[in-house]
Design a protein around this ligand. Structure first.
Ligand SMILES: Cc1cc2nc3c(=O)[nH]c(=O)nc-3n(C[C@H](O)[C@H](O)[C@H](O)COP(=O)(O)OP(=O)(O)OC[C@H]3O[C@@H](n4cnc5c(N)ncnc54)[C@H](O)[C@@H]3O)c2cc1C
Length: 502
């Protein structure tokens, strides 16, 4: 054991997780003091899905000092202002989980509480009328935030859709330019030291790669974290019963919309992700309630354009590793756990894992106190996102299939039950320790899926009703004028970041 600094880090896997790790380490470490190597196997390939993100990814790009227009062009990307959820709370219903603010908070109280009061009296329009992102989605508009004082246009919050393969290629070029060494080859064996730490990985051609620290980005198998270190897995299938997906790309038939669409189906849901050159689609479902053939048929019957690839079948177990960091191995991406892409959180969890890894950056010793704290924080992040996903299935009026009846009546984690009860009372949600989703996101989800709270924040009554109504009208009008000002999503892309070949 030594507290000497890390001199060699080896990443196993070159999918989204591997290249995000590779790019950020290449940016932050000096290759003369710590050499980063990435081993990947073209024969095995990547999962090749994972194309929708959340606004936090802008911070990752900022860290890497990536030029956004160049990035969008090279990944056939588009912009995302939120997610439309169709048929979740009930059949024929829809709502937006929109990025950014809703209305304008007043006197320290969230806007939506004022809206709840006025809505109950029939004196407020739909919540979308007060939400810049939702209105922009509905009108297919987009622009980046501008310096416009108090205007909502100063605070446009957005993320990206991109082609997963092109994203990995983009980050690969970035990392290799900064000194990362890429090795093509299949890892066939992991050698451990006497203390249980990983000493080296062995490739099919017999080459041994020794390192002080390993990052396992090998996908679902978890080649190092599970197969070598036997870390163990926490299975959440009883709460999130979907365990399969079938994905297919189809032709682009219209200008890309600036949002992801998620449509609930009879035993799962279907995603639609618009890119510049094609549309990504997939159907996530539970094999307990639906056959693969049926799932595939539902997907193919519900595409906007002709399919341009063979449907790809994927199996997964929703859950997380018992430890994300075990000895001298950190797991990222699918190797660390899996939650379905209902809220596009996996790429964010890779980013969060990397950010925390940098703040707990170890020496060769990998002190248990730091490792334990890392694991505690990542477990917290995973579990809070898990609750948000479960709520999509559980907070519903749907009982039209066995799958929905199961989800509606299943036991849920206490942490989620507490949030639902609190929301039902006065529309409040207590956000613990910077958990990923804010009370606003919870409001959009729970109200959108059918819970109308009995009350609202009591401080709302401090503003007289006639004044409140005027304010609401003013906010609605500002939102409407702001969206009028925005170009269409396609116009914005054409002007700033149109990909060369579409
Ligand atoms: C259906 C589905 C949809 C998803 N959609 C989203 C989304 O919209 N947004 C989001 O944030 N996340 C999404 N995810 C989750 C996740 O972000 C993506 O799946 C992402 O592409 C996973 O990347 P990865 O690097 O962890 O794994 P992989 O892409 O599987 O990469 C694994 C890498 O390890 C290599 N490898 C494996 N074994 C070996 C070996 N023996 N030797 C050498 N190399 C090896 C492979 O060659 C590959 O390079 C989705 C996941 C699924 C399953």
């Amino acid at each position: 054991m030594t507290n000497a600094p890390l001199q060699k880090i080896t990443i196993v896997g070159g999918g989204t997780a591997g290249w995000m790790a590779g790019a950020s380490l290449a940016k932050l470490l000096r290759s003369e003091t710590c050499q980063v190597t990435l081993i990947e196997s073209e024969d095995i390939g990547t999962v090749g899905v994972g194309e929708a993100t959340i606004p936090q990814i802008l911070l990752f790009n900022k860290l890497l000092e990536i030029d956004e227009d160049d990035f969008i062009k090279k990944t056939q990307g588009s912009f995302k202002l939120g997610i439309e959820f169709v048929n979740w709370g009930s059949l024929d219903s829809s709502y937006f989980h929109a990025f950014g603010s809703v209305g304008k908070d007043m006197r320290g109280v969230q806007f939506y509480h004022y809206w709840l009061k006025m809505r109950a009296q029939g004196k407020a329009a739909d919540i979308d009328d007060y939400t810049l992102s939702s209105q922009a989605c509905l009108q297919k508009k987009f622009m980046r935030p501008i310096d416009a004082g108090n205007s909502p246009l100063s605070k446009v919050a957005y993320a990206y859709h991109f082609d997963a393969g092109l994203y990995a290629a983009y980050l690969r070029e970035y990392a290799e330019q900064r000194g990362l060494i890429r090795v093509e080859g299949k890892v066939v064996k992991t050698h451990l030291r006497d203390d249980g730490f990983i000493r080296s990985v062995e490739l099919e051609n017999g080459d041994l790669h020794e390192a002080d620290f390993f990052i396992d980005c090998s996908g679902f198998r978890g080649l190092l974290i599970e197969e070598a270190l036997k870390t163990g897995y926490v299975d959440w299938t009883h709460w999130l019963p979907c365990d399969r997906a079938v994905a297919v790309a189809c032709e682009r038939t219209a200008d890309p919309i600036p949002y992801t669409r998620s449509t609930a189906r009879s035993a799962g849901w279907q995603w639609r992700i618009p890119l510049q050159h094609r549309t990504g689609n997939g159907h996530v479902y539970s094999s307990k309630f639906m056959s693969d053939d049926e799932a595939r048929k539902i997907l193919l019957d519900n595409l906007d354009g002709a399919p341009i690839s063979e449907p790809k079948q994927l199996r997964f177990v929703t859950g997380m590793r018992k430890k994300f960091w075990n000895k001298n191995c950190l797991a990222l991406g699918l190797a660390s756990g899996f939650m379905e892409p209902l809220e596009s959180t996996s790429i964010h969890l890779m980013q969060a894992g990397l950010a925390k890894f940098m703040s707990f950056f170890p020496n060769k010793n990998c002190d248990a106190a730091d490792v334990d704290e890392y694991n505690r924080q990542m477990t917290f992040d995973f579990e809070r996102i898990r609750d948000f996903l479960i709520a999509h299935y559980h907070v519903t009026d749907r009982d039209d299939t066995e799958f929905w009846r199961y989800c509606k009546t299943m036991d849920i984690p206490d942490s989620l039950a507490q949030k639902i009860e609190q929301f039902k009372a006065n529309g409040r949600v207590y956000r613990q320790n910077n958990e990923m989703f804010s009370d606003l996101s919870w409001f959009e989800l729970m109200y959108g899926q059918g819970i109308v709270p009995r009350g609202y924040h009591s401080l709302v009554d401090n503003i007289p009703e006639d004044e409140l109504q005027e304010r609401l009208e003013g906010i609605r009008s500002v939102i409407s004028q702001s969206v009028d000002y925005m170009p269409t999503h396609q116009e914005f892309i054409d002007k700033n970041c149109r990909a060369k070949t579409m």
